[in-house]
Design a binder for this molecule. Structure first.
Ligand code: ADP
Ligand code: MG
Length: 140
C-alpha cells in the first residue's frame, strides 16, 4: 500500500459541538496521522473557490453560507491509502446512509451538516492541500 496524503476539514457543525478531539481520535484510530492542522474561518471567497466543482448545484449557496458560519479545522492526513481510508471512516455524504461506526453516522446532523470533508482522489487531494497549506506547514 502506498503512503498518501489527503485533505480533511472538520466542518462548522462539528466545531460548534466541540467534537474536534473526538473526530481526530476516530481518524487516528483508522490509521491516519495528522501531519498539519489549523483552525480558521473560511471566507466566502475561499468557500466558493473550494467548492467550485459544485457551483451549479442547487445547494451551492447554502453550502458556502454553512461553511463560513463558524470555525473549521483544516488538516492534512497521512497514511496507507489515506484518501480512500479517510473516505471510509468519514462514511457516506448523507449520515442517514452512512455505515455504523463512521464519523458521519456517529456525529452527522444531516446531508449538509455532516461534520467532515475528505478529498476524493489524488488530484483533488493535492489541490486542496495546496489551497490551505504551504509545504513548510506539513510535518510528516
Ligand atoms: P462529499 O462531502 O461526501 O464528497 P459532495 O462532494 O457531493 O459530498 O458534497 C459536498 C458537500 O456539500 C457535502 O459534504 C455536504 O456538506 C453538501 N451537500 C451535498 N449534497 C447536498 C444536498 N443534497 N443538500 C445540501 N447539502 C449537500
Ligand atoms: Mg466531495
Amino acid at each position: 500500500m502506498a503512503i498518501e496524503r489527503t485533505f480533511s476539514i472538520i466542518k462548522p457543525d462539528a466545531t460548534a459541538r466541540n467534537l474536534t478531539g473526538k473526530i481526530v481520535a476516530m481518524l487516528e484510530a483508522a490509521g491516519l496521522r495528522v501531519v498539519a492542522q489549523k483552525r480558521l474561518y473560511m471566507t466566502r471567497a475561499q468557500a466558493e473557490g473550494f467548492y467550485a466543482v459544485h457551483k451549479e448545484r442547487p445547494f451551492f449557496g447554502e453550502l458556502c453560507t454553512y461553511m463560513t458560519s463558524g470555525p473549521v479545522v483544516v488538516q492534512v492526513l497521512q497514511g496507507d491509502n489515506a484518501i480512500a481510508r479517510n473516505r471510509e471512516i468519514m462514511g457516506a455524504t448523507d449520515p442517514a446512509k452512512a455505515a455504523d461506526g463512521t464519523i458521519r453516522k456517529t456525529y452527522g446532523e444531516g446531508i449538509e451538516r455532516n461534520c467532515v470533508h475528505g478529498s476524493d482522489a489524488p488530484e483533488t487531494a493535492a489541490e486542496e492541500i495546496a489551497y490551505f497549506f504551504a509545504q513548510t506547514e506539513i510535518v510528516g
